[in-house]
Design a binder for this molecule. Sequence first.
Ligand SMILES: Cc1ncc(COP(=O)(O)O)c(C=O)c1O
Length: 426
Amino acid sequence: MTGFATRQLHAGARPDPGITPRATPIYLTAGFVMDDFDHAVDHFSTGDGYSYTRVANPTNEAVEEKIADLERGAEALLVGSGQAAVAITILGLLEAGTHLVSASQIYEGTRGLFLDNLPRYGIETDFVDDANNPLAWEAAIRPETRALFAESIPNPRNEILDIEAIAAVAHAHGIPLIIDSTLATPYLVRPLEHGADIVIHSASKFFAGHGAVLGGVVVDNGGFDTSSTLFPHLTRQTRTGGPSFAERAGGLARITYLREVMALRFGPTLSPFNAFLIGQGIETLSLRVERQSANALGVARWLEQQPEVQSVDYSGLPANPYHALAQRYLPNGQGSVFSFTLAGGTDAARALINALEVITHMTHLGDVRSLALHLATTSHNQRTAEELDRAGIQPGSIRLSIGIEDLADLVADLDRGLAAVRALSV
Ligand SMILES: Cc1ncc(COP(=O)(O)O)c(C=O)c1O
């Protein structure tokens, strides 16, 4: 199977021998019955088979295999939310006294975790504003830096990341580049093919696609350097003198640690029911993302012609400073999440959002339905005026996540919104 659309349907499918249901069954069970005494002995010594859903579940595994295949990764791990995926990845790689360097244009929940919460565990983060400048990353790296973190399509201004340039910086220091690729999906870009080491998604967004469930996933390229001295928890013997993760899992040491320690001990298990919905969503991922990207480009083109609109931040537009990078990394479409700014500031944004009838006003992304959110007063309300300005978020900035509706209806809805903006000055 080589085609993306074929793989999104068939990779990871596991029809049971004998009864062969076509859809992956939902093994909605806390645990699994042991055949006999020796079966349990065998499971607890080798880890083979199933015992308890926090350890392993066939529905979740089928979806993990599908996602690993689509990302061209070695192994994937599903957890309860995108935020859990970010948290366990960082906590599974870094420890007290170590340091993270992150792009500053990232999802606000992730930024808050790095800024407000990880310091309690002795992990400090420095942020890089100029995310495509390798020298800016170099300048932030310290001897105790253990990972670089960025988003492939950063939320909310569609400022495409030069993944290869930042991966080269990470590898020169023997540390992994972690990419949150939620807004891109593997249909648009596969960061591991460009040198990233770990990819994270909020599966709540484009993967599930229909805004019904939360989920998160970590995909590893299987390239952990077992001779590294930077991650002692992966290379030292276990408490009981057993082989280290590196000895046991080789290049898969990182993802094995995430699965066996971070997911198992910290416990952010994804419900098999949610895994089923995510797997089913992925079966139409390329169709949705293709349509959403085309719709987004149509909306962006229309918005940039409107006098009330001061700017449109979408890399699909030829005048956008990220257009060349977008053509290189995202030739199949530039995603459907971007922002635009109304010249009339907060009052104009309020008038537009309150007039929308088709586009839903809510904080979510990657839904089949189009969504809108005013940034400065909601998702970004913890940023100072100076931080907002540096991030290019102004009082009139609105984020859109474009869905699969008819483009003409989306344009008509935004036109209705702009009429409400014009009415303010009458
Ligand atoms: C880019 C990105 N990463 C991670 C998350 C967190 O995902 P979740 O809401 O599934 O916890 C989000 C949520 O909006 C996001 O936009």
